[in-house]
Design a protein around this ligand. Structure first.
Ligand SMILES: [Fe+2]
Ligand SMILES: [Fe+2]
Ligand SMILES: [Fe+2]
Length: 422
């Protein structure tokens, strides 16, 4: 029996890093907030389970800030509208059942301590961990990363102390101050050694393929919901790729892996500003390069996940072309492109041309298949896979339409619920 075992922390770290790619101003934010939160959790003698949830929540806490603007807004010490991204994040992370508690921590990560009473009156419980996460997050936005951290300690402590019993829970403020007294803590903050602490604490949680698939669906939504132009794209690609894998004789395990790869194939688009993704005019050369880079990020980020198998390759090489021309990011040639990567390329193109987008209708069967045929003739994509698609077109395409229609329903429900919770 084939097995696939992925340490959950590897996956979450990969996803966490991808959230911070959108701007140099944010790089490493999630990791540092997680590191600070974890240290406070230890100082406060929280239970191991609670520290774990807190660390996962911190690694993903701004996941609901989908646009560059919102992410940069989160860097302000006093946020004007902090709860929207908290609720979006909560709603996204909750899609994975075991992350129920993690999602609640995220939901309240901007609730001031002196506001908790108000929340309780409205029968909303604010978990203690959210107070830790809130403080850790605010500490990180106070840090000037262009200057030596050591010189800023006093300033930061003063800012936090001033809000003791107002913005911040007194107990958490004290734990923070105690936890950063050691020079070591400051030196490690922002260094590569942070990851080893996460591995030590969380390394024993291993995901099987179904759990991996479940978490990949959250990221599929995050990637797609950023732009209304492509709000169902990854789910369509995942479906088509998985079906092509099945019809070309791949094992059940491999078809599930293909689905994960489809869900995550555009992960690197999180590094691309939503303004570029939605720009109606022609992109400048720089903008186009930034879009092209998305596959490089997908490839390199997923590759670091232990136990991920070929998923990173299938996902990350979907814009390469068999003749080695015009593909990116590596300009690989046919002999370097596995069956899985070839399937993903066909699934991506087929879905992209067939799906309806707000500014145009998708191509019908005849046009879409003839376009793929021509690409196969020019040795851009694999002709055998195109043949499999042609032989099973109606079944595959009907499934794609159903899956994408279902996501439209989820998309609308999602935003309705977010607006209700606001
Ligand atoms: Fe936030
Ligand atoms: Fe944050
Ligand atoms: Fe792509």
């Amino acid at each position: 029996m084939e097995q696939m075992l992925v340490p959950q922390i590897d996956l979450i770290l990969a996803l966490s890093k991808s959230l911070d790619l959108i701007s140099p101003a944010i790089v490493g934010h999630h990791m540092r907030v997680a590191f600070l939160s974890l240290n406070m959790g230890l100082m406060l003698n929280l239970k191991k389970e609670d520290i774990k949830d807190l660390t996962y929540a911190a690694l993903l806490h701004d996941v609901g800030a989908l646009s560059l603007e919102e992410r940069l807004d989160c860097l302000e010490f006093d946020l004007k509208e902090p709860h929207f991204h908290s609720i979006v994040g909560h709603r996204l992370i909750r899609m994975h059942k075991p992350f129920e508690k993690v999602s609640n921590l995220i939901r309240h990560h901007h609730v001031r301590w002196d506001n908790i009473y108000e929340h309780n009156k409205r029968k909303i419980e604010v978990p203690f961990g959210s107070q830790i996460l809130y403080l850790a997050d605010r500490v990180d936005v106070l840090i000037d990363r262009n200057n030596d951290l050591g010189n800023q300690v006093d300033y930061i402590i003063k800012q936090i102390q001033d809000e003791r019993g107002k913005k911040f829970c007194p107990e958490v403020v004290d734990a923070f101050i105690e936890s950063i007294q050691s020079k070591d803590a400051w030196q490690r903050l922002g260094s590569n050694s942070m990851a080893s602490i996460f591995y030590n604490l969380l390394g024993d949680e291993i995901l099987n393929i179904d759990e991996l698939l479940d978490i990949s669906k959250i990221f599929e939504k995050i990637i797609d919901f950023r732009s209304r132009f492509t709000a169902t794209h990854s789910s369509g690609v995942a479906h088509v790729a998985c079906k092509l894998a099945e019809f070309s004789g791949m094992s059940q395990m491999e078809t599930k892996m293909m689905k994960v790869a489809g869900n995550l194939h555009d992960l690197g688009k999180l590094a691309v500003s939503d303004k570029i993704l939605e720009k109606p005019e022609k992109l400048t050369k720089d903008e186009f390069n930034s879009v092209k880079n998305h596959v490089y990020y997908t490839y390199s980020i997923l590759k670091k996940i232990r136990g991920i198998g070929k998923i990173y390759e299938w996902a990350g090489l979907h814009h390469e072309r068999l003749d080695g021309e015009g593909g990116y990011p590596f300009n690989k040639k046919g002999e370097d492109l596995s069956q899985g990567a070839r399937i993903m390329a066909v699934a991506d193109i087929f879905t992209a041309v067939s799906e309806d987008r707000p500014y145009r209708k998708g191509m019908g069967k005849k046009r879409a298949l003839s376009l793929l045929d021509q690409m196969a003739k020019r040795n851009k994509i694999d002709g055998d896979i195109v043949s499999i698609l042609k032989s099973n077109h109606d079944e595959i395409n009907e499934g794609r339409i159903n899956v994408q229609n279902q996501v439209v329903v989820e998309f609308n429900e999602f935003w309705n619920e977010v607006n209700r919770l606001r």
